[in-house]
Design a protein around this ligand. Structure first.
Ligand SMILES: Cc1cc2nc3c(=O)[nH]c(=O)nc-3n(C[C@H](O)[C@H](O)[C@H](O)COP(=O)(O)OP(=O)(O)OC[C@H]3O[C@@H](n4cnc5c(N)ncnc54)[C@H](O)[C@@H]3O)c2cc1C
Length: 483
């Protein structure tokens, strides 16, 4: 026996298809796992909702690891110091981890590697939670991709590694006598109780959801994924964010169904396209210094964004007076998740109708989403704003009324999340400010009292956004309320 192998867990809170854990458990040395709540300056700290998920996920993982004879330690501090110190304290001869792709995190990982090597401790890293590592996908000219469709073609041409099995308890592996860190499953805060009721967290829950999605939902995914009022998507995003399931596992499970049920092959293909979008955002993250603060294309350098705290708070609380926007923001607040179509609508409303900087919206999502992700959150905000790679053009401004009527035709989604207007008939549910007085009153709606009037005039604010973003006008839109 050489010593002990320490597995440094990060965005990979699972046993199966975990290359670092698999490698550690294939040897004879005792294995201990550590999760570090990182406080390095380069690190962006998890937002409140994601931190809540993490706490629960670690509880679940600790129990799973215990069953295979691996103790989980949870430490706090700069990883650059904590990981080498923990390795030394435990007498580890080797530390292993799965890679991550954010530039600041890569710097931390390199520093850890150097510190370990200086102490004569071996350090080995393995592929992280993507289909293809960012540097392995290149254009013909050897440069990073900027266009999604070409990137997706390149990924599809690759052989995606088959998932690894979960390690088992083994008599061949020496036991460690290290006690795991006691972890409490804390849901005492009121806001977490609502979110808690909504989710099952951990690797087993992620697998169950994938199976349910592939059995019951994916066949209708191409249409269902756009309807926020139905259970039409996988809802795997927080599980993927924390690595309770891997992109490779999803890829292979979905592809296997394609072979069994060729009739739904195109629906599965559409779904896998979204998993590739996730890889694309990781690719962009890898190649761009700081995508949460620096536009990937400096197209809006001329724009003076509006600073309007009242409008921002109304948006955050779901009190803009635009029903589908309010429904989305309240779904986010109550569940820590929002449907993708509605994410696009609320983001477009903030950036283009309210002319508030996309980074302000990104930060709110960062704090409130359970799936808040270093790659997907800023990548998508930049996409909606129009400064991302392969982004929506600046003049693409969603009309939330038309979008509501198209994708929430009967208003089910709005009724669920904005109950104060639930009694409005279908015709007016997405534009209560245009409803006749008698309709409003028989639905118990009093605009400005029981439900806000629209924060901005949609047409005027859209026109102004086009002027400002195109560079023809540099003034922020006025927040005038229609009478
Ligand atoms: C403004 C904005 C912010 C977003 N922030 C995040 C975020 O922080 N974290 C996050 O995981 N996703 C984010 N998304 C992308 C997308 O909305 C979510 O991934 C999706 O809604 C999650 O639900 P699902 O798992 O049911 O998705 P499905 O439709 O079932 O898709 C399966 C998986 O594919 C990936 N995926 C789906 N859509 C996208 C997309 N547009 N871009 C990249 N990957 C995608 C996700 O990992 C998702 O879990 C954001 C989108 C917008 C418009």
């Amino acid at each position: 026996m050489n010593g002990l192998t320490l597995v440094w867990l990060r965005n990979d809170l699972r046993l199966s298809d975990n290359p670092a854990l698999h490698s550690a458990c294939s040897g004879r040395d005792p294995v201990v796992a550590v999760y570090v709540i990182e406080t390095d300056r380069a690190q962006r700290h998890a937002g409140a909702a994601a931190a809540w998920w993490l706490g629960k996920s670690l509880c679940s993982l600790s129990e799973q690891l215990r069953r295979i004879g691996v103790s989980l330690l949870v430490e706090e501090g700069p990883a650059g110091r904590v990981v080498p110190e923990t390795a030394k304290r435990l007498g580890a001869s080797s530390v292993v981890w799965n890679r991550r792709y954010e530039p600041g995190q890569r710097e931390v990982d390199s520093a850890v590697k150097a510190a370990l090597k200086a102490r004569d401790i071996a350090a080995t890293s393995f592929p992280g939670n993507v289909l293809a590592e960012p540097w392995t996908v290149k254009t013909g000219g050897g440069t990073p991709f900027k266009v999604f469709s070409a990137f997706a073609r390149a990924v599809r041409e690759k052989e995606i590694d088959a998932p690894l099995p979960a390690p088992r308890a083994s008599k061949n592996r020496a036991a460690s006598n290290i006690e795991p860190t006691p972890l409490a499953d804390d849901t005492s805060a009121v806001w977490t109780q609502k979110i808690d009721a909504f989710w099952d967290i951990g690797e087993a829950a992620a697998r169950k959801r994938l199976t349910h999605f592939l059995d019951e939902i994916v066949a209708d995914y191409p249409k269902g994924r756009d309807i926020p009022g139905v259970d039409g998507t996988s809802m795997l995003s927080p599980h993927l964010r924390f690595g309770e399931i891997s992109a490779r596992q999803i890829w292979h499970a979905a592809t296997a169904i394609t072979h069994e049920k060729p009739a739904i092959a195109s629906a599965i293909d559409k779904f896998l396209g979204e998993i590739i979008w996730r890889d694309f955002n990781n690719h962009l993250l890898y190649h761009n210094e700081d995508i949460s603060t620096v536009p990937m294309r400096p197209v809006f350098d001329h724009v003076r964004w509006r600073k309007d705290d009242d409008a921002l708070h109304a948006w955050q609380r779901g009190e803009t007076g635009i029903p589908i926007v309010d429904a989305g923001m309240r779904q986010l607040w109550e569940t820590g998740w929002m449907h993708n179509r509605v994410r696009m609508l609320v983001a477009s409303f903030l950036v283009k109708n309210l002319m508030i900087d996309w980074r302000v919206g990104e930060e709110w999502f960062w704090d409130t989403l359970v799936d808040a992700d270093d790659a997907n959150n800023p990548g998508n905000w930049q996409w909606v704003a129009g400064c991302g790679m392969d982004a929506a053009p600046y003049f693409r401004i969603f009309n939330p009324v038309l979008q509501g009527q198209k994708f929430d035709t009967e208003g089910d989604y709005v009724r669920q999340w904005v109950p104060e207007i639930a009694a409005l008939p279908e015709r007016w549910i997405h534009r209560p400010w245009e409803a006749p007085r008698d309709v409003l009153s028989s639905a118990g709606v009093s605009l400005g009292k029981t439900y806000p009037r629209p924060l901005v005039d949609l047409k005027a604010s859209q026109a102004r956004a086009k002027e400002v973003l195109s560079g023809r006008d540099n003034h922020g839109v006025s927040a005038a309320r229609p009478s």
